[in-house]
Ligand binder design. Structure first.
Ligand SMILES: [Zn+2]
Ligand SMILES: [Zn+2]
Length: 331
C-alpha cells in the first residue's frame, strides 16, 4: 500500500525480503555512481553505518544521518569516518560482529572501543580478521583464527597468543587454560563473576561460526549459499535460533550442585535455574510448583533468547540485558 502511494507521488521505493540493512546500503551505493549526487542515508541502526563503512569504495563518500532521539542529538557520519584507523576500517564487519551486533551473540564486559584499540596495536590480528572475509573456509580455520582474536579481546598475554603449534587441539587447550587463569585471578579478589571471564571453548566455537556466517552474509547478501544450521544456528519451527553450546556447561556432578532458592512457578524467568537454561534438581528445595524439570532436562540445556526478526528469515538474538545478568556466552 505504502509503496503504491509513494510511487504515485514519484518517490522510488524498494522492499527487502531479507537483509534490509544491506539493501539500504547497496541502494545508496548505486545512487552514488552518479557523481553529481550527494547521497545521504537516514537510519538509526549501527549495522547500517558499519555496512556503509565496509562496502563504500574509497573514492566515494556517502553520509549517514542518525536522527535525534531522546537526549541524543542528531549525528552525521561519513563512510570515511574510520579512515584514520585503516586496519579497523578494513575489518569493520568482523570487529562489529565479534564484539556483538543485532544478529550475533556478544561478549560480556568486553567493549568495542577497547578491542578496536587492541586490534590497532597488534597488526598480526589483522591477518586473522581478514580470514573472515574469505568465502568457503572450514569451521576449523575460523576457530583457529577467531580464537586468537578472542584471546586478544580478553587481554590474554602473548604467551597464549603465540603458541608454536597452532592446531585445533592446541587452541582448545590454550582457551581452557586462559579461562582457568582468569577464574583464578577473579577468585583471588573474592568477587567471582563468571560472566566476566573467557567463555567456554564450546560457546566460543558457536559464537565464531555465527560471526563468520554474519560477515559472509553482509558481504554477499542473497548470493550467500552457506547453510546457517552448520554455522551456529538451529531451526526451531520457522525460526532460526542460536546454538549457545553443544556440550553441557559443566560436568554432571557439578551441575547437580547448582540450585535455586525460588519459591514460585519455576516456568518463569525469575527462577534462576530456568533463566540460565538449567533444570531444577533436588537441591532446589524451596521451589514450590516446579515446572522446570521436564522441558529443560539435562539433554537440553540451551535456552535461546530470541525475538521476532524484522528482516525476513534472519532471527535477532535478544541481547537486551540488565547490568546484573547479561546474555553471555558462558554460564
Ligand atoms: Zn531450581
Ligand atoms: Zn524449580
Amino acid at each position: 500500500m505504502l509503496r503504491v502511494k509513494l510511487s504515485t507521488i514519484g518517490i522510488f521505493s524498494d522492499q527487502s525480503a531479507a537483509y534490509a540493512d544491506r539493501t539500504i546500503v547497496t541502494t545508496a551505493l548505486k545512487e552514488s555512481e552518479d557523481l553529481t549526487k550527494k547521497v545521504v542515508i537516514v537510519a538509526e541502526d549501527t549495522d547500517v553505518a558499519v555496512l556503509l563503512t565496509a562496502l563504500c569504495p574509497a573514492d566515494r563518500e556517502i553520509f549517514l544521518r542518525k536522527p535525534a532521539r531522546a537526549n541524543k542529538p542528531e549525528a552525521v557520519y561519513s563512510s570515511r569516518s574510520l579512515s584514520h584507523m585503516p586496519v579497523v576500517e578494513d575489518n569493520i564487519l568482523l570487529l562489529h560482529a565479534i564484539t556483538g551486533c543485532n544478529t550475533v551473540s556478544g561478549t560480556y564486559y568486553q567493549g568495542k572501543t577497547n578491542f578496536f584499540k587492541t586490534f590497532q596495536n597488534f597488526p598480526d590480528l589483522g591477518d586473522h580478521a581478514a580470514k573472515f572475509k574469505k568465502a568457503g573456509l572450514s569451521s576449523e580455520i575460523i576457530f583457529e583464527n577467531g580464537a586468537q582474536l578472542i584471546l586478544a579481546m580478553y587481554s590474554a598475554p602473548m604467551l597464549f597468543r603465540k603458541p608454536n603449534i597452532p592446531d585445533k587441539l592446541k587452541w582448545d587447550q590454550l582457551l581452557q587454560t586462559y579461562r582457568c587463569e582468569m577464574y583464578r585471578r577473579t577468585a583471588a579478589t573474592g568477587r567471582v563473576n563468571l560472566a566476566n571471564i573467557l567463555p567456554t571453548v564450546d560457546a566460543i566455537q558457536q559464537h565464531l561460526k555465527r560471526v563468520y556466517f554474519q560477515v559472509q552474509q553482509w558481504l554477499h547478501g542473497y548470493q550467500l549459499t552457506m547453510d546457517p544450521t552448520k554455522w551456529g544456528w538451529r531451526k526451531e519451527g520457522h525460526k532460526l535460533v542460536p546454538v549457545q553450546m553443544e556440550e553441557k556447561p559443566a560436568p554432571k556432578n557439578i551441575m547437580e550442585l547448582i540450585c535455586c532458592v525460588f519459591k514460585g512457578d519455576c516456568n518463569l524467568n525469575t527462577c534462576r535455574c530456568r533463566k540460565h537454561g538449567l533444570p531444577c534438581n533436588i537441591a532446589c528445595k524451596i521451589c514450590s510448583t516446579c515446572l522446570n524439570t521436564e522441558r529443560y532436562s539435562d539433554e537440553n540445556v540451551t535456552v535461546p533468547e530470541t525475538e521476532a526478526s524484522d528482516e525476513g528469515d534472519i532471527p535477532r538474538m535478544n541481547t537486551s540485558v540488565d547490568k546484573n545478568d547479561q546474555t553471555h556466552l558462558s554460564y
